[in-house]
Design a protein around this ligand. Structure first.
Ligand SMILES: NC(=O)c1ccc[n+]([C@@H]2O[C@H](COP(=O)([O-])OP(=O)(O)OC[C@H]3O[C@@H](n4cnc5c(N)ncnc54)[C@H](O)[C@@H]3O)[C@@H](O)[C@H]2O)c1
Length: 425
């Protein structure tokens, strides 16, 4: 049933999975409960996630809950082929390998949908989009979905606004604990890990431009500072989502955190390394690429490979692959620019990107598993829903507990004080 690169890689994948399982205590406790209670019994779950070892542990947890699990990758480059082989051997229906063509990528999502899902889990909304566009006959079967990332939520909100979202989706990305440990601390570490593995360059002393100072950008900038880089932050003046700080607020936060803040045209002239994390198209456009120094390195950590204008780079003529995930482009004026991972997520592109640290994904996927269970137990209206606060707090508490930290609750006296309006009592 599965389609993976090489089933013989399963032995290695099993060892990888085992390493992750031992470091994911939150998912282990959810799995133990799911095994007893079988909350997903008889349901088919379609998933479209970066298919590597931590995701594998989530998929096993869903299977332990009684689900028939189908898995595609949410990006053509991010499947760990040995993990995919091991999961297929362990009874997950896997349709993914690293280095899929665009056609293969969408065909694999379609194969997952052939499993007639009752619920879906997405990272970037491609599966939910395919369901609404090409597989509408399956919509009556769908009880809802969960979405993992900022870009997916942006797409879902746009669908909801146009009245086109035909089932409830929980915005797992928007749980405070997910923003905090995944987008900020996870992307902070894994993005730099991906860049260092692909290039082997020293970041200390380099001028590194972080484009977008949202949750991800802030984490990347903080970790760069720790490595001794000279960090420049680039923002815009707009507000992307209602009810959230604008780019002006983010820029001010960056400035008061001690970073240099510039517009992209000024930053383009001084950067040695550029990292985009905006969720926006052409955050680095051709007009900025024209200003860069020879030798500049370009990496993207935003969801889609459209944050850096790679078509412009390709149109310049000479391209050379130095090694997997490291390409050289010689500009017509002789400058050399280097693009990592084809402009796709640098922290997840195999084999140089390993994704977020295991402990981080334990938390993110604990929110996924609990949100899916909540979605299936409760009848939610069509549209995008926040993660219930109880789940958000529960996972933050579990993460602290897995670090040996347990915090007290407020006393009755303190609670009364915080809810009273009388002067100074
Ligand atoms: N690499 C990963 O593992 C990973 C993890 C989580 C999220 N993501 C993706 O990273 C992207 C950013 O996510 P986030 O949670 O930080 O979002 P966010 O909304 O918190 O931050 C994005 C920031 O970019 C700024 N911005 C938007 N367009 C810009 C432009 N053209 N130039 C400069 N700044 C611009 C916005 O003002 C905002 O401050 C999304 O695509 C998200 O899906 C990736």
């Amino acid at each position: 049933m599965s389609k993976v690169k090489d089933p013989k890689l399963a032995g290695n994948g099993e060892k990888e999975l085992d390493w992750a399982r031992g470091r994911m205590p939150m998912l282990a406790s959810i799995r133990a409960r799911f095994e007893k209670e079988k909350p997903l019994k008889g349901l088919s779950i379609g998933t479209c996630l970066h298919l590597e070892k931590k995701t594998g542990v989530l998929l096993e947890t869903l299977k332990a809950g009684g689900a028939n699990v189908f898995a595609a990758s949410c990006n053509p480059l991010t499947t760990d082929d040995s993990v995919a082989a091991a999961l297929a051997k362990n009874g997950i229906n896997v349709f993914a390998w690293a280095g899929q063509s665009n056609e293969e990528y969408y065909a694999n999502i379609n194969s997952v949908l052939d499993g007639k899902p009752n619920a879906v889990i997405d990272d970037g909304c491609d599966q939910i989009f395919a369901l609404h566009k090409n597989r509408r006959e399956l919509l009556p079967n769908i009880r809802g979905g969960c979405e993992e990332t900022t870009t997916g939520i942006t797409r879902l909100k746009a669908m909801e606004k146009d009245g086109k979202l035909e089932f409830p989706v929980i915005a797992v990305n928007n749980a405070y604990s997910k923003y905090l440990f995944d987008n900020r601390f996870g992307t902070g570490q894994s993005t730099l890990d991906g860049i260092m593995r692909a290039t082997n360059v020293l970041l200390a002393g380099k001028t590194v431009v972080v484009v977008g100072f949202g949750w991800c950008g802030r984490g990347i900038a903080d970790r760069l500072r720790g490595l001794g880089a000279n960090v420049v932050v680039v923002e815009i003046s707009d507000r992307i989502r209602k009810g959230e700080p604008s780019g002006l607020h983010k820029a001010l936060e960056a400035l008061y955190s001690g970073y240099r803040v510039m517009d992209i045209s000024s930053a383009a002239k001084v950067g040695d390394v550029f990292i985009t994390a905006t969720g926006c198209r052409n955050a680095i456009g051709s007009e900025h690429l024209k200003l860069m120094k020879s030798g500049a390195i370009l990496a993207n950590s935003g969801h889609f490979d459209n944050e850096i204008d790679k078509e412009y780079l390709a149109g310049q003529g000479k391209r050379r692959e130095i090694k997997t995930n490291l390409e050289e482009f010689v500009m017509k004026d002789g400058r050399k620019l280097y693009l990592l991972s084809e402009g796709r997520l640098v922290n997840l592109s195999q084999p140089t990107g390993q994704g977020h640290p295991i402990e981080i994904m334990d938390g993110s996927f604990a929110i996924q598993a609990l949100s899916l269970e909540y979605l299936l137990k409760n009848k939610l209206k069509h549209g995008v829903h926040d993660v219930p606060l109880e789940i958000d707090d529960k996972v933050a508490g579990m993460a602290l507990e897995s670090n040996g930290i347990r915090l007290p609750s407020l006393t009755k006296e303190q609670l009364d004080y915080l809810s009273s309006w009388e002067e100074g009592t």
